[in-house]
Write a protein that binds this ligand. Structure first.
Ligand code: GRF
Length: 224
């Protein structure tokens, strides 16, 4: 029997790395057939780097201040990513906006998790903005990365109800724990298995174009 080669992942982080950990755990648990070749951070103090170390994954830090310009930093990031010949590039709490060139280089292979129900609340401070607007539900979206910031085709969304006493912090914690940490490993598993791909007119799942994003509550390990 021949086994399919493991898809290679590169994960980009800036922070605590809870999503990274969920993906590491899903690989270890056999949900995701892939190997993380490297975790790359733009911050030396990102706790996610320790998580990667503990899992025996190579880490690299590329600080903006070590490059003359934003464009140089971005080019170096793209080179470091490409050096691993990844099948997938996973942005997991990576807080820099990548240039159009970098995004184009990994077109169809780069995904991001964004803490809102896209297309609502692109950009920063999504939880506070959702609360200010009086939203009754909020959530997170996993999408292919395109030139448009937080604007690429959405693969999957998960929702939580907003509570009357929510603060941005409590809402963020619920979105991460109840949606993000469940959703990202699933989507990475499907991408690694070649079940989800980006077509010229949107997201395809098992060869069929999605009319609307998948909803986390309808999905599990087997069913999309
Ligand atoms: C997540 O909420 C993600 O949606 C946002 O940044 C946070 C990353 O958290 N883009 P972590 O680094 O995975 O703990």
């Amino acid at each position: 029997m021949t086994t399919a080669p493991e898809p290679i992942l590169v994960v980009l982080i800036s922070g605590t790395g809870r999503n990274l950990q969920a993906i590491i755990d899903a690989i270890a648990g056999g949900l995701v057939n892939a190997r993380i070749a490297a975790v790359i951070s733009d911050r030396a103090d990102a706790y996610g780097l320790q998580r990667a170390d503990e899992a025996g994954i190579a880490t690299e830090v590329l600080l903006r201040k070590d490059f003359a310009s934003r464009a140089d930093h971005d080019r170096a990031l793209a080179e470091r990513i490409a050096s691993h010949a990844p099948d997938l590039v996973i942005l997991a709490g990576f807080m820099r906006v990548l240039s159009a060139d970098c995004v184009a280089r990994f077109h169809g292979r780069m995904v991001n998790i964004h803490p809102s129900l896209l297309p609502r609340y692109r950009g920063l401070h999504t939880h506070a903005r959702a609360l200010e607007a009086g939203e009754r539900e909020h959530g997170a979206s996993i999408h292919f990365v395109t030139e448009e910031l937080d604007g690429g085709p959405v693969i999957l969304q998960g929702r939580v109800a907003v509570r009357d006493d929510d603060t941005p912090e409590t809402l963020a914690a619920r979105v991460t724990n109840e949606v993000e940490l469940r959703a990202y490993p699933l989507v990475v598993a499907w991408l690694a298995a070649g079940r989800v791909r980006l077509g010229s007119d949107g997201v395809y799942v098992d060869g069929r174009r999605l009319e609307r994003p998948l909803q986390l509550d309808d999905c599990n390990e087997e069913a999309i």
